[in-house]
Design a protein around this ligand. Sequence first.
Ligand SMILES: NC(=O)c1ccc[n+]([C@@H]2O[C@H](COP(=O)([O-])OP(=O)(O)OC[C@H]3O[C@@H](n4cnc5c(N)ncnc54)[C@H](O)[C@@H]3O)[C@@H](O)[C@H]2O)c1
Length: 315
Amino acid sequence: MSKRALVTGGAGFIGSHVAEAYLDAGYEVTVLDDLSTGRREHVPGGAKFVHAGVNDREARELLERGRFTVLNHHAAQMDVRVSVSDPLRDERINIAGLINLLEGARVGGVQRVVFASSGGVIYGDGESLPFSEQSRKLPVSPYGVSKLASEYYLAMYSTLHGLEVVSLRYGNVYGPRQNPHGEAGVVAIFSNRLRDREGLTIYGDGSQTRDYVFVGDVARANLMVSSGDPPTVNSIDDAAFNVGTGIETSVNDLARMLLEIARADVSVGHVDSRPGELLRSAVDSRKLAADRGWVPQVTLKDGLQQTYEWVASCR
Ligand SMILES: NC(=O)c1ccc[n+]([C@@H]2O[C@H](COP(=O)([O-])OP(=O)(O)OC[C@H]3O[C@@H](n4cnc5c(N)ncnc54)[C@H](O)[C@@H]3O)[C@@H](O)[C@H]2O)c1
């Protein structure tokens, strides 16, 4: 019998690549998405599409009846600033929505839940880099708290109901189909502006660093943790894997690389830094390498090239 995956947020950037990876691996795939930031045309051809929100009864019933092997949860309210201005909205989608899905998964006998967490927002500033799964957690936004709380809900469902759970703590994911509005939209934003030969704006002095990981590598990580031995969950960190390159790249360097790729000669300006932003971030993925043999395959240069070409082709 073939494996069946439900990918929430599968009309979005990362979720659509994850849905594709499942299809390529022979899974039957259903995508659930409310199209709030995703696009219907990003859902891969071989997948079924259900237009619904994660809080809807329809979503829960789909999981109760769908005989899914894996629930892969990528749908989220993922704008940090929205989470600050409207924390209840963030909580409703990211926490209550998750519980709605987990209840459906429990009743429907789903074997495993794979959750898109974030290594960029749950670890505390000032920890030594790259962050390991055990690094101190201190989210500074409601969005970060909702990711961390979600990991606790998953661990609790594992203990209480025997659900197999895995949380993937991503670095800054970039690649084709990224919308320029999310947590890590800087590559998408810069690429769009460079295509249109518009100047770039950098918050702060541009020395802040992030760990940029290509979406194809992230989709592969999702596939790898969807089968095989599940983690034994004695803590949220047991159930978690960082997914990144471990390499810090500053926004200034990122802008330089993209300017070169786009062969653009535009202005690069600096404005005040945004409060609450981490100064430096990178995640150590050695646990995922040791456990599943995952290593990132796409270099930043190649990944940016592919991303820029995709953005340019969307004109
Ligand atoms: N992009 C990154 O660098 C990054 C880093 C860490 C974690 N994440 C997580 O990965 C996931 C996917 O992010 P992305 O960058 O692909 O963003 P995205 O906006 O492209 O994808 C999110 C998808 O979820 C859908 N969605 C949003 N709210 C929904 C709801 N209430 N019900 C159903 N569908 C809903 C959207 O329509 C969209 O298709 C999110 O959970 C995000 O928090 C992303």
